[in-house]
Design a binder for this molecule. Structure first.
Ligand SMILES: [Zn+2]
Length: 475
């Protein structure tokens, strides 16, 4: 069932009103990471409630408790906005997730306009913090409901809204709420749609069916009881920094190949169909060169490069704590240094099956050094990868909707980074999760001069609305 033409026409006719509504949302500086803005984040939840209720959505602001600050004081966590629209047992129930908090933004960071005033330019780009991440998509869902109510059109599905206000701050409190409400609020949901990522470029819509997980490690080498002077103790004692650099050099080659034995065996084998998918994605090596600002791509083989980001693990060295890093020529021998690195995980890797291999390998390599220093290896942070079945009706409906709105087949992509809530929805609720992005790869989410193109906002609103109609008839 295609979306009714009245709906498409309504969206076009209300473009200015929809932009104004996004402007009101952007004007609330709901920065979850800054305690001085906590009341603004809470106000944003109230703003959404006031928009949804007149449209017939039953809204509940779910209290998820307090957040402990570093100074020991406590701040209320912004509520999760739960919404219920429709309870017809003959219809599918779709769970829609978005977040209403944003990253910090100061004009002095390098913004060309006030970040909390939605500012259009003459190319139709709408600049403002949260425009694309994630207020544009969140407001789009409200626009879609409004269009149906005003036109007297019945939605062909039941909807459940889950809008959170702590996404940019580790989604604190959300996992517990999902677990608690599994057999409550979430019970009747049939699938999930998350609109909170981006096209790979500025040309081709995509659907995302996987994200990588990660394991983050700290490698601590310690020796002397205090920092030493190299004039007195150089070539006299085992130096922690020398051991650490040697160990870190054994983790990955300059070509990105991970050197830890056994890790490659955990990676799900590549099928011909899957390799073809990477070969045909609308992505050029120059897209990566543009994004990084240099011609330093690892290979000329496009599929190899895309697989490096999407379906293969990667190991990156991030830093060394305790090393001398100031200007000048200080002759210190640091007493204790900590190397930091992380591995992006892909199916079938998990922190649980990767950790023992990493720890054993580093201890084996350290033993070969015959150093009298001590080594400690710790995983300080981890999360599993996630992958959905892109053949599921949830995806097929989104593909049909994309073809209708954009007259183009969407690329099926996997993301190199992590979106933890995806995994929670998939694991706890056992549902197929679809990542259906609205914005483009160059929107600059989290960056200065974040924007959403009017085109993506308006066509994206049609896309999400059309998806709801397609999903009702896709099995
Ligand atoms: Zn986001």
């Amino acid at each position: 069932m295609p979306a009714p033409t009245e709906f498409i026409k309504y969206v076009d006719a209300h473009k200015d009103a929809f932009i104004a509504r996004l402007g009101e949302a952007v004007a609330i500086p709901s920065v979850s990471g800054d305690p001085s803005h906590r009341q603004d984040v809470i106000n944003m939840a109230g703003f959404i409630k006031r928009l949804l209720e007149p449209l017939g959505v039953k809204v509940e602001l779910k209290d998820i408790g307090m957040e402990k600050q570093t100074d020991g004081s406590e701040l209320p966590l912004p509520p999760v906005v739960f919404g219920v629209l429709g309870d017809n047992p003959n219809k599918k129930t779709i769970l829609l997730y978005a977040h209403y908090d944003v990253q910090p933004a100061l004009v002095t960071d390098g913004w060309n306009t006030d970040p909390f005033t939605l500012s259009p330019d003459n190319e139709g780009r709408l600049f403002g913090r949260g425009s694309t991440d994630d207020k544009g998509p969140l407001i789009a869902w409200i626009n879609i409901i409004e269009a149906h109510v005003k036109l007297g059109l019945e939605l062909p599905v039941n909807l459940r809204f889950c809008f959170e206000g702590m996404e940019e701050s580790g989604s604190e409190g959300l996992d517990d709420l999902i677990i608690r409400e599994k057999n409550g609020f979430f019970e009747s949901c049939d699938c999930v749609c998350i609109c909170d990522n981006y096209w790979m470029n500025d040309r081709t819509p995509c659907l995302t069916y996987g994200v990588r997980g990660m394991s983050y490690y700290r490698l601590v080498v310690s020796g002397p009881a205090r920092d030493l002077h190299s004039g007195l103790f150089g070539n006299t004692v085992h130096e922690p920094m020398t051991d650490l650099i040697l160990l870190m050099s054994k983790l990955v080659t300059p070509n990105g190949e991970i050197l830890i034995p056994g890790l490659d065996k955990l990676v799900a084998p590549l099928t011909d169909t899957e390799r073809k998918r990477y070969e045909t994605l609308d992505f050029a090596l120059t897209d990566i060169e543009d994004q990084v600002g240099a011609k330093i791509v690892l290979s000329d083989d496009k599929a190899r490069v895309l697989m490096g980001r999407m379906r293969n693990p990667s190991l990156s060295l991030h830093g060394i704590e305790g090393a001398f890093y100031g200007p000048g020529a200080k002759t210190v021998i640091p007493a204790k240094v900590q190397g930091k690195f992380s591995i992006r995980l892909v199916p079938n890797m998990t922190p649980e099956n990767v950790d023992p291999l990493v720890v054993k390998y580093l201890h084996d390599e350290f033993a070969k050094l015959k150093s009298k220093n001590t080594l400690k290896v710790e995983n300080i942070h981890g999360g599993k990868p996630w992958m959905a079945d892109p053949d599921h009706w949830n995806y097929r409906a989104a593909i049909k909707a994309t073809e209708k709105v954009y007259k183009k087949k969407p690329d099926l992509t996997r993301e190199g980074g992590s979106i933890p809530v995806t995994l929670t929805f998939a694991d706890v609720l056992g549902l197929n999760v679809l990542l259906l992005p609205m914005g483009r790869g160059d929107d600059g989410a989290h960056s200065t001069n974040e924007k959403l193109d009017t085109y993506n906002y308006i066509e994206g609103t049609k896309l999400l609305g059309t998806y709801l109609h397609e999903i009702a008839v896709t099995n």
